[in-house]
Design a protein around this ligand. Structure first.
Ligand code: ATP
Length: 959
């Protein structure tokens, strides 16, 4: 007996924890069936029948009361019987009623009088509040027994409230002592009040007053799950709720995906808890100024924390009126029972199922698809247009674009005939292969719908996953993706593309609650997830992002959405951008926006230089952070705005806040082809350090191969956005896992923000060219762009001679080499530039045609016709620049360099001469080997041993 007793609660706990993850699997039913069986075997032989009968009657009464209470308000009666705690709940409720009979209603009688004197004597005035607290606990236990954390929190809150109330009552009631008679104690704080109040009151009566008032206030916060920081918001919400203002303002920016899950309290509850208590509880409320600590450990995605609340308000009821919709678990159980030949509600312990009028999943799926003509989504409550006084970019007033510059998308549909057809096809496939599982629901996203399959107990997950090809065949789609399980659910997810897909408008995403929740300027609209929830992400928390996918998959559209989001939400004081667009056409629409610090860079070589500038900027920011003792640019900016950062007295510098710097590269491959080492070095340096400096990189590429996205780059760019890739290898390069090759293009993506273990499937937001144009015109009208001249701005387009073609860079290097060394040797070019003989000869010819070297003289080195002082001008001419435009400083630098090299050359020749002399001396002393060597070398110097002679002499100068 003693050993068996704990086993019963164990079974109960197991089943309860199962439910706390929101699972509704049939495994729980099995455990709940097992629990009563254990009770029976333990107790049947030992307990008198009367006790068993009474216990059964009490439990029956409790379940009856529970069933009624669970139906009041929002119906939660679909609860698994295994997790109910009706017995304890009824006990609380009965105790509340009992105490209320004498405390509130003054019922007389021997028993009430006795209990009254005990309860009153213990709790004093607080006796009047006890029924309320007990009733609250009872009702919660009836309705949400699985939410143990909240239940415990409320219980603890009530205990603190009782102690604080008794302590206060004791002091207010005149600090009676039980030694003077119990009547006084009863009329004050009871014995509890006396015990907790009198020691403190002995010090001074104000001490318990202050302490217990504070404790009472705290207990209210604990019970209502309100953190201190959220008190003003809670008060405002309560006021608005009382005045009915929240209803008027409720935005219609989402739609209800919960019709299949409406009895499952989890989706609504869990996020709420996170909002109130989680580490990221108030992250949403943080603006730039609200930065607290190291944001790297916060996640990039702005939480959909009331996904089942405000964001997803019911829009289209999917089931005919009057028919209660079954929950997932009900549907799974019913389907599985149907297969096993049981009728609905035949399970003995399943009172909830019995209570369902013959509703089966087919009722849900067979209900006619509601008529939903494609409509425009209603524009929710307008976002007030923000106007800022800029300080960095001149003293101007800057107004952000109006939210209606971006159009509303179409109303998303929850269910169409296509979905019903797929459900039927999936069910048939499962039947054909005798897999004991049922399609229990689906959630329709804009591009794909995720169908959920629950297994009967004892059915292997592999039986469904092994059917992937048959499922693809049945639904006539090759892009079927299986999730086993769906994260956070005991169900297998099968994602199948919608034949009638919808476009997600960026306007809708930016107007969603998730985007409104934060004013952070780096927040961008990403799109919608598979459940139709809006996904917005904070670029500052990513902190760097790799966007990859095959051509036409939607990268550029994503980059457009990102830039438009920034233009919509931030001023040039808050965010500055560097755009690199080697494709030359993707980002031209943004030319001239005041957020740019340099014209859009289209030349890959210049882009590599711009990245080096970013490294310098980062170093400068770091210097400031180190000098003034800050760890993050947000803290530094805050201090600057508060006037706490003052430059040294002798400095003329005016310290201003640093804006975030967003560097966007729309085709990394082009940069990596030009200067792989420089680009990689810069990217790695930026990504390793720039987060604290407020510098963030977004690298897009259609060639996610290892030579473009190198291991080093990958290791330092933690967030990834993978659009459809052409191979599983590419998917692995981007996400470190397969999956992206199964995406269906046109904005369908897997989003893996930093820290997430599983990528989230999203349909990227779409912004049309006319919308972009409207937004760009608005921002350009607010402020004209001022470019920084120290970034590698692109030079005007140059005329490169046709005969140079792709060899411009090599020709420039060759010219520099020949002029600085004053030595026109082809072999030297071969070795120094690592080119073949043919290429070196061609470079020599090109130099001859431009008057850099003289004509070929057989095997001798050519004459060099350009003096080092003229090098800059010659290089400019070859480049196609106007020679006059070469800045004096750089011409001088080049000339100095060339002269230095030249001198070096002279010095080298001296060394050779010296060497020669030494060796000649050595010959005089008759050392044969040296003589031989000297002969060889002298021969080499005088006559050369190949076409241009003297090359080894040159080589010696280099030593
Ligand atoms: N989020 C989206 N919603 C709807 N359609 C989209 C979306 N993204 C892309 N598309 C469609 O896909 C087409 C190609 O997209 P996009 O130009 O962004 O691809 P890309 O990956 O940048 O291709 P490339 O690398 O060749 O430039 C677009 O013209 C548009 O029709």
């Amino acid at each position: 007996m003693a050993t068996r007793t704990p086993s019963a609660p164990k079974g109960t706990t197991k089943s309860r924890s199962g439910s706390s993850t929101g699972r509704t699997g049939t495994g729980r039913s099995a455990s709940s069936k097992a629990a009563p069986a254990r009770h029976q075997s333990a107790g049947s032989g030992d307990q008198p029948w009367l006790i068993r009968a009474l216990a059964s009657a009490y439990l029956g009464l409790a379940h009856g009361a529970g069933a009624g209470i669970r139906r009041i308000g929002r119906d939660v009666s679909g609860m698994d019987p295994g997790i109910r705690r009706d017995g304890a709940a009824l006990f609380n409720l009965l105790l509340a009623v009992f105490i209320a009979t004498f405390a509130w209603w003054g019922l007389n009688g021997a028993l009430p009088a006795l209990v009254a004197s005990v309860v009153n004597g213990t709790f004093g005035w607080m006796t009047y509040l006890l029924p309320l607290m007990l009733a609250t606990c009872g009702i919660r236990l009836f309705r949400h027994p699985e939410d143990t954390r909240s239940n415990n929190r409320i219980g603890i809150g009530f205990i603190i409230m009782t102690i604080a109330g008794c302590g206060l009552a004791h002091v207010i009631g005149g600090q009676p002592s039980p030694f003077d008679g119990f009547e006084g104690v009863r009329r004050a704080g009871g014995m509890v009040g006396f015990l907790v109040g009198s020691p403190l009151a002995a010090v001074h009566p104000a001490v318990p007053m202050v302490l217990y008032t504070f404790l009472a206030f705290t207990s209210v916060l604990v019970v209502t799950a309100t953190p201190f920081t959220a008190i003003p918001r809670r008060i405002r919400e309560a006021y608005e709720h009382l005045m009915g203002m929240d209803l008027e303002r409720e935005p219609v920016d989402g739609h209800d995906r919960s019709y299949l899950y409406e009895h499952d309290p989890k989706p609504a509850k869990a996020p709420r808890k996170r909002r109130l208590f989680g580490k990221d509880a108030d992250a949403a409320e943080k603006s730039v100024d609200g930065y607290a600590g190291d944001e790297a450990f916060e996640h990039a995605v702005v939480d959909d924390d009331d996904a089942a609340g405000a964001v997803r308000k019911p829009s289209v009821p999917a089931v005919p009126a009057g028919v209660r919709r079954p929950t997932q678990s009900e549907m799974a159980r019913e389907r599985i029972k149907e297969r096993q030949g049981l009728g609905a509600g035949q399970s003995q312990d399943d009172t909830a199922t019995q209570a369902i009028p013959a509703v089966t999943p087919t009722t849900v799926f067979a209900a006619p698809v509601p008529e939903e003509p494609a409509q425009k989504a209603p524009i929710p409550a307008p976002i007030p247009q923000r106007t800022e006084q800029l300080s960095l970019a001149g003293d101007v007033t800057y107004t952000l674009p109006n939210a209606d510059a971006l159009v509303a998308g179409t109303v998303p549909r929850e269910r169409t005939e296509a979905n019903d057809a797929v459900v039927a096809a999936l069910t048939d496939t499962l039947n054909q292969f005798n897999v004991d599982a049922a399609v229990t629901g689906f959630s329709r996203g804009p591009t794909v719908t995720r169908y959920e399959i629950e297994l009967a107990p004892g059915t292997k997950v592999e039986r469904v996953t092994a059917l992937s090809k048959n499922i693809a065949y049945a639904v006539a789609s090759s892009d079927v993706r299986i999730l086993s399980p769906i994260p956070g659910k005991s169900a297998i997810g099968i994602e199948i593309p919608n034949t009638d897909r919808e476009t997600v408008s960026l306007g809708d995403v930016l107007r969603s609650q998730n985007a409104r929740r934060t004013e952070h300027p780096m927040v961008m609209g990403v799109g919608k997830d598979v459940e139709g929830g809006f996904v917005v992400a904070n670029l500052a928390k990513m902190p760097h992002l790799l966007v990859a996918g095959a051509t036409g998959a939607g990268k550029s559209s994503f980059v457009n959405s990102m830039i438009t989001s920034i233009l919509m939400r931030s001023t040039p004081d808050e965010v500055r951008m560097v755009m690199v667009d080697p494709k030359r056409v993707e980002l031209t629409a943004y030319e001239g926006v005041p957020h740019l610090i340099t014209p859009i860079i289209t030349n890959p070589k210049k882009a590599a230089e711009a990245l080096q500038w970013v490294v310098r900027e980062m170093d400068a920011r770091y210097d400031d952070l180190a000098n003034y003792g800050f760890k993050h640019i947000d803290d530094f900016n805050k201090a600057v705005r508060a006037g706490k950062v003052v430059p040294p007295p002798d400095s003329k510098r005016v310290i201003k806040p640093y804006p975030y710097l967003l560097v966007i590269v729309d085709e990394l491959a082009d940069l990596m082809m030009v200067a792989p080492r420089d680009v990689e070095d810069s990217i790695v340096r930026i990504t390793q350090l720039a987060r604290a400096a407020g510098i963030h990189l977004v690298l897009a590429t259609q060639r996610p191969s290892v030579d473009v996205v190198t291991g080093l780059i990958k290791a330092n760019v933690p967030s990834r956005m993978a659009f459809a890739t052409s191979s599983v290898t590419d998917s692995r390069v981007v996400l470190d896992q397969p999956g992206a090759e199964k995406l269906i293009g046109q904005g369908d993506a897997l989003f893996l923000p930093m820290g997430a273990s599983k990528p989230m499937r999203v349909q990227g937001a779409w912004v049309s060219e006319s919308e972009i144009h409207k937004v760009v015109e608005h921002v350009k009208g607010q402020l004209s762009v001022t470019y920084r001249d120290d970034v590698a701005a692109e030079a005007p387009k140059k005329q490169i001679d046709d005969d140079i073609g792709d060899d411009l860079d090599l020709l420039l290097q060759a010219t520099e080499l020949v002029v600085t060394t004053q030595f026109g040797s082809t072999s030297m070019l071969q070795r120094k530039l690592r080119v073949g003989f043919a290429k070196a000869g061609r470079l020599m010819d090109l130099m001859e045609s431009r008057g850099v070297v003289g004509p070929s003289e057989g095997s001798k080195a050519r004459d060099v016709l350009v003096k080092p002082d003229d090098l800059a001008a010659v290089l400019a001419t070859i480049r196609g620049d106007d020679a006059q435009s070469v800045p004096d400083s750089s011409a001088q630098a080049l000339a100095d360099n060339a002269n230095a090299n030249h001198q070096m050359g002279d010095y080298g020749v001296d060394l050779v001469q010296q060497d020669l002399d030494n060796r000649t001396q050595a010959v005089d002393y008759g050392v044969d080997l040296v003589q031989q060597d000297l002969d060889n070398r002298t021969q080499a110097v005088d006559y050369g041993d190949d076409d241009d002679g003297g090359e080894d002499a040159w080589q010696l100068t280099g030593r």
